[in-house]
Design a protein around this ligand. Sequence first.
Ligand SMILES: [Cu+2]
Length: 221
Amino acid sequence: MTRCALVIVAVGLTTLTGSALAESPTTLTAIVGTNDGFNITLNDAAGQKVSRILPGTYTVVVDDRSRIHNFHLASNDDPTVDFRTDLDFVGQKSFTVTFKNDNGYAYACEPHWQVMSGSFFVTDAPPPPPPPPPPPVRTLRAFVSGAGVVRLSSSSVRSGRYRIVVNDRSRADNFHLAGRGVNKRTGMRFRGSTTWRVRLVRGTYSYRNDRLGSKKRLRVR
Ligand SMILES: [Cu+2]
């Protein structure tokens, strides 16, 4: 009987500790009026500006550093949250509040709300995924020697977007790249450097000096 009671007490303690931990409010820190300046911040425990947080109970620790500024936090969506420090109060004050899902909240210094304010949104929705990175633009280099020999920096590449930097050293020859969606050439008389932007798709492209005619292959995989 005694042993049985002990076990029940132990289980009860464990449950209490567990739930107390789970419900301990997250702390947010507000700072207003450092050096009597027109500044106001509300940051999370990691020091990041609060812009989107999970619903739940939070303790907002307000560090009001100025007699000419105050901190007021309220919501048009949720009338249950509305707290402030007095204008002439200087020091720290903590407020424990529950932010509700899908509600917006705003904070401001009341006399100077036009220049000292901020807001955040409370939601349990997962954050939107970051936009996919743009596909990379790779570079290929093309050369035409003074004698008209053409070269390309690669003979086999992946499909995708390319910047082709052509360095044509000959006044009598050109560089000509042809294949699906691409038919580009430098002028025979042209000498110098030029850049083409092309999209290469799977298949075989050819390049040549049109005066000499012999083709070389660029494989796109
Ligand atoms: Cu102010």
